[in-house]
Design a protein around this ligand. Structure first.
Ligand SMILES: Cc1cc2nc3c(=O)[nH]c(=O)nc-3n(C[C@H](O)[C@H](O)[C@H](O)COP(=O)(O)OP(=O)(O)OC[C@H]3O[C@@H](n4cnc5c(N)ncnc54)[C@H](O)[C@@H]3O)c2cc1C
Length: 496
């Protein structure tokens, strides 16, 4: 009897745990299905760039399945209804899928499993999205970790060598389906689903993910990661985030490639030292830490679902956000979104986000700090805006990143440590390469003014073709003043 494999955040054929199990258990009689769920597509925080990336990845998945003798079935509707109907029409004995851990995904999966089981269909779910899940890593007292460093230590102490699975099997052709199963005749475009036709974002698909991973390794960027990853003007990171988000690559594949580049055995000889500076680490070592951050935030949202919409640290619920003037807050938020705050590093980053659906990690931290600590706006506004733009928009990492920056989260940036946007800019984009790439109006600004163009004397402004207030805005807030204000608000919480 065939087994249905329900694709979700695992849009690949290699090293796909549930799919491999379905191939094994059915002798290749797998029915591969993806369901376009209107509840998700019509949600508040959907990014056209993410939808486009997903559709491109589905197309690549279908190509791969066709090369293996099958094809991807694309249905549209409610997953519980569609899967039950498909199981009945094909006589499938079971539905297999890889687990997802967000509160919304878990609610959906419980409902789908209950519907299928009551129709007599076996349901099996698998660990695939992460290397350690759910309760696999807990503290000595059986509690979830809420601080990264001990979590990472536990993760490293439990890891064993990983050999990703190849996925080089063949599948039986799809059975003929009755007309009651409304298979989509073609994979729709983002425009056909009602989304803006966006260009310039990351390319989707399993082959592209593997190409990026190999390029990251073969170019030496992985080995140099610890010294290059913080500079947004250079290609120092893997750009794999949308692929890890949609599972066009697995964390095990990433981990295995990273380990293969290390000059020492990992983690057996790994001298875990949270204090060791990045420069002393090998690149792959630092990169694996980032893969662990991803899993850390996934387990945080799993164990603390309230963090999805509220402060992880409820003590900060009393912090007041905003200036008290709604119109002013709205104008400031719009300036942040559109990249016209007068702080070049912030504006360059927001333009990168708006144009490409991706932003460098260093500048994500800078703009998130700026929104919360300089504009005094609620982190949830920024979190939601990111979700509406990012191709890699992921509920766990995005929420974790925002709450870290806002100092409301687990293991957060302490509230009194506030990024100074100008100093960040001088340190991480010293010659303004990144700024000039995204802010063409600053292209001719001399490097000594690039981090603070408003300080240019009028003659220099004229020479650079950049008149402040006309070609580029003056800063919309004063960093020093805003810093004092946010510190007052946070201190009030601490002192009761
Ligand atoms: C405010 C804020 C919001 C963020 N929102 C998201 C998001 O929606 N989706 C997302 O995938 N990442 C998010 N991040 C984390 C990080 O910025 C991106 O994962 C990273 O920039 C992606 O680029 P890369 O693939 O080249 O990363 P690399 O540096 O090559 O890292 C490899 C992988 O590790 C993971 N990773 C790296 N850094 C982090 C981190 N700090 N937290 C969690 N995982 C990490 C990602 O999966 C990434 O692809 C956010 C960070 C902040 C500060």
């Amino acid at each position: 009897m065939p087994i249905i494999h329900w694709f979700r955040r695992d849009l690949r054929l290699a090293d796909n745990t549930a799919l491999n199990a379905a191939v094994r258990d059915s002798g290749g009689a797998v029915i591969p299905v993806f369901i376009l769920d209107d509840k998700l597509l019509k949600g508040r925080d959907v990014a056209p760039m993410r939808v486009r990336f997903m559709l491109e990845s589905l197309r690549a998945l279908d190509d791969g399945l066709r090369r293996r003798g099958s094809q991807l079935l694309v249905l549209r509707g409610d997953p519980a209804t569609e899967l039950a109907r498909l199981a009945q029409a094909t006589g499938a004995s079971a539905v297999y899928f890889n687990r997802d851990y967000t509160p919304a995904a878990r609610r959906r999966d419980r409902r789908v499993a209950a519907t299928l089981r009551s129709a007599g269909v076996r349901v099996e779910s698998f660990k695939d999205l992460v290397i350690f899940e759910e309760d696999e890593l807990l503290t000595a007292s059986g509690q979830p970790y809420t601080v990264f460093t001990p979590y990472k230590k536990a993760w490293l102490s439990r890891i064993t060598p990983i050999r990703p699975q190849a996925g080089d099997w063949q599948l039986s052709p799809l059975p003929t389906l009755p007309s009651s199963i409304a298979v989509m005749s073609h994979l729709p475009s983002a425009a056909e689903l009602g989304f803006a036709d966006v260009q310039g974002g990351p390319k989707g698909g399993e082959p592209e993910a593997m190409r990026l991973l190999m390029q990251f390794k073969d170019s030496g960027a992985l080995q140099a990661y610890s010294t290059r990853r913080d500079f947004p003007g250079i290609e120092g990171t893997s750009r794999l985030s949308p692929h890890l988000r949609f599972g066009t690559i697995s964390p095990r594949q990433c981990y295995a490639v990273a380990v293969s580049t290390l000059s020492y055995a990992f983690p057996a000889k790994h001298s875990f030292s949270p204090a060791a500076s990045d420069a002393k680490k090998e690149g792959a070592d630092a990169w694996i830490s980032e893969l662990i951050w991803r899993e850390f935030y996934i387990q945080i949202l799993y164990h603390f679902p309230h963090a999805d919409h509220a402060n992880f640290n409820r003590a900060y619920d009393v912090v007041r956000w905003g200036s008290g003037d709604a119109a002013l807050d709205e104008a400031r938020f719009a300036a942040w979104c559109e990249g016209r705050t007068g702080y070049p590093i912030v504006d360059a980053a927001m333009r990168q986000l708006n144009q490409t659906g991706w932003m460098h990690n260093r500048t994500r931290m800078i703009v998130a700090s700026f929104l919360t600590k300089d504009l005094l706006l609620d982190w949830r506004l920024g979190e939601s805006y990111f979700m509406r733009k990012l191709a890699d928009g992921d509920p766990a990492s995005n929420n974790g990143g925002w709450q870290w920056a806002a100092s409301t989260g687990t293991d957060a940036q302490p509230y009194f440590r506030i990024f100074n946007p100008k100093l960040q800019s001088e340190r991480f984009d010293p010659d303004g390469t990144y700024i000039k790439r995204w802010l063409p109006e600053l292209a001719r600004v001399p490097v000594e003014y690039i981090h603070e163009p408003a300080s240019m004397p009028p003659a220099v402004q004229a020479q650079a073709g950049c008149i402040i207030g006309r070609d580029y805005p003056a800063p919309i807030v004063d960093h020093a003043e805003q810093k004092e204000e946010i510190l007052r608000r946070f201190k009030a919480v601490k002192t009761g």
